[in-house]
Design a protein around this ligand. Structure first.
Ligand code: HEC
Length: 150
């Protein structure tokens, strides 16, 4: 975590963001990228590769597919790391809108509306009880429309 904090501070310096904003306790005012690094990358790594051998999926070349169905789009805001995040609905909306094309541009629909604060609020308030089962349903529907999503 210390290495991550140092990295984020260096990143903030490199991008011209005030280092004081790189505070893990509050995402307010941070760019979506910095919020991702502070709130998500500890598990998902900076490049979205995750740790598949430890159950953290590789998001690269994958998560763009989910925007092709309404339930897939919803699922991205309902996984525990997102739904239970300390980030606000507005910040989550901005992180998701930044994250999908960053890690999976080729798979995402060409025109996909940004996530909105109200959308994220509604999705966080209606999280399916069984997220692994929901993921399986999302993948099955994508397969059914001809996408070879694993
Ligand atoms: C404590 C570790 C941890 C943190 C922090 C975390 N996640 Fe996750 N994430 C996981 C795990 C584990 C999964 C696999 C599903 C599950 O078991 O919840 C996952 C699944 C996902 C998925 C679904 C990927 C797929 O292909 O099914 C997305 C999208 C995601 N996380 C985004 C985020 C975002 C965005 C954040 C930060 C706001 C975040 N996560 C924070 C551990 C984490």
């Amino acid at each position: 975590m210390r290495a991550l904090a140092a990295f984020v501070t260096a990143l903030a310096a490199a991008t011209g963001a005030a280092p004081a904003l790189a505070d893990p306790a509050a995402g307010h005012g941070n760019s979506p990228r910095v919020n991702y690094l502070l709130h998500c990358a500890g598990c998902h790594l900076a490049d979205g590769a995750g740790k598949p051998d430890r159950g953290i999926p590789d998001m690269r070349g994958q998560i763009g597919h989910y925007l092709r169905t309404p339930d897939g789009r919803a699922y991205l805001a309902q996984v525990p790391g997102v739904a239970n995040s300390a980030l606000s609905n507005r910040e989550i909306a901005d992180v998701l809108t930044w994250m999908v094309p960053t890690f999976s541009r080729a798979e995402a629909p060409a025109a996909s509306p940004p996530y909105t604060e109200a959308e994220v609020a509604a999705l966080r308030a209606s999280v399916p009880a069984d997220i692994p089962a929901e993921r399986a349903r999302v993948i099955a529907r994508l397969n059914a429309i001809g996408l070879a999503v694993r």
